[in-house]
Design a protein around this ligand. Structure first.
Ligand code: MF3
Ligand code: CO
Length: 250
């Protein structure tokens, strides 16, 4: 069942989204070569709580941290720890917070001190563009497949690969609600998008093949071919005026 949100719910989701956006911005300015990824988790948890939020990832199905830090060939769900970041690493930061009973969920990627190649830089540009193509396609009266197809077409027209094993999702009182929001699909198919729908769109894009595997820590997802992977995510809310991006600083 897909739960549509009220205007009161939406106000709470705005607050959750703002906390996520603010803390992601802090992480973005804090991350640097020479630091261990666990330092980002300390900042993430402290800054979420300082804003009256609760880290939603921590304890979720046993996940041990407040932020996912996925580096280079890591796709998503990297656990912050002893890994030391270096120049030209591609770092994905994925953050979720609950505020007043509602969840915000967002991710961004960046290169530390520049990309290692033009193609790597293009991977990041195209992944972010794919997210925004999906957001633009998310209109009341459109189909969910329109969103998926917009994301997929952006990625594949640049000869990058869409990860299939992980998808975006409905979001609200829980981090993961119906519907699933795949980053691949067919325009005109899938459910009709209605006012009050809140979803997280999150393209995961590989420079090489689409195949991924999970490491022995049971969380970290990596590309099978060892190629770079990139990830962006926003939580959005739909009504007749179009998509409202809740996890963006405004
Ligand atoms: N944005 C991710 C997702 O929607 C983050 C979840 S990490 C987890 O699945 F550890 F909480 F699972
Ligand atoms: Co998500």
């Amino acid at each position: 069942m897909i739960e549509l949100k009220s205007e009161r719910d939406r106000e709470k989701m705005r607050r959750a989204g703002r906390v996520v956006a603010e803390v992601l911005e802090i992480l973005k300015t804090s991350v640097h070569p020479g630091m261990q990824t666990r330092e980002l988790d300390v900042i993430a948890e402290r800054e979420i709580r300082a804003r009256g939020g609760t880290p939603v990832f921590k304890g979720y199905q046993g996940y041990p941290a407040s932020v996912c830090v996925s580096v280079n060939q890591q796709v998503v769900h990297g656990i912050p720890g002893s890994l030391t970041l270096k120049a030209q690493d591609l770092v994905s930061l994925d953050l979720g917070a609950t505020v007043e009973g509602f969840v915000g969920d967002a991710a961004l990627s960046l290169f530390l001190e520049g990309a290692p190649s033009a193609r790597a830089a293009e991977l990041l540009e195209v992944t972010e563009a794919a997210l925004w193509a999906g957001i633009k396609a998310a209109k009341v009266g459109a189909h969910l497949g329109d969103v998926s197809a917009a994301v997929q077409n952006t990625i594949e027209s640049h000869k990058f690969s869409v990860v299939r094993d992980f998808v975006g999702h409905g979001v609200g009182r829980a981090m993961h609600e119906e519907p699933q929001v795949p980053n691949y699909g067919t325009a005109g198919r899938g459910i009709l998008l209605r006012a009050g729908l809140a979803i997280a769109i999150e393209p995961m894009v590989n420079l090489g093949g689409f195949e991924v595997e999970v490491l022995d820590d049971e969380w970290t997802v990596v590309t099978r071919d060892g190629s770079l992977s990139c990830h962006f995510e926003h939580t959005i809310f739909l009504d007749e005026n179009g998509p409202e991006v809740l996890t963006q600083l405004r």
